[in-house]
Design a protein around this ligand. Structure first.
Ligand code: HEC
Length: 107
């Protein structure tokens, strides 16, 4: 009897491990985008939603094109900033697009 229980447990554990390993590419991509966006949360609020009357602009609901434009302006230095010119330089154009689409979709 205990043998059977051990065998059953073994099967459950192995199945769980196999199942955990089947996270889709879409899940991975979503996680990647969320982790990129999480780096902005400290200052712009969770999911880009800042509290009412916050000193920093909310990113949630901004037009995607506007976010891209501002990030590029920070990156090139055409828009002067206290901090964003340093942060923007850390992201590739592709990552900026992903971030812009993510925040534009938050309402
Ligand atoms: C350390 C705090 C901090 C972090 C982290 C941060 N920001 Fe900012 N952000 C600011 C500040 C401050 C401004 C105003 C411009 C300035 O002085 O740098 C700003 C402005 C912006 C603007 C312009 C908004 C507007 O209304 O014109 C965008 C777009 C932006 N940030 C995007 C991002 C993104 C995307 C991230 C994450 C990759 C991010 N920020 C992370 C502090 C931060």
């Amino acid at each position: 009897m205990p043998d059977q229980i051990i065998k059953s447990l073994f099967i459950v554990v192995i199945s769980a491990m196999l199942f955990a390993g089947t996270a889709s590419a879409a899940d991975q991509q979503e996680l990647y985008i969320k982790s990129l966006a999480a780096t902005c949360a400290n200052c712009h609020g969770t999911n880009g939603k800042s509290i009412k009357d916050a000193a920093l602009p909310a990113l949630a609901g901004m037009q995607s094109a506007a976010i891209i434009e501002q990030m590029q302006a920070f990156k090139t230095g055409s828009r002067s900033a206290t901090i964003m010119h340093q942060i923007a330089k850390g992201y590739t154009d592709d990552q900026i697009k992903l971030l812009a689409n993510y925040f534009a979709a938050q309402n």
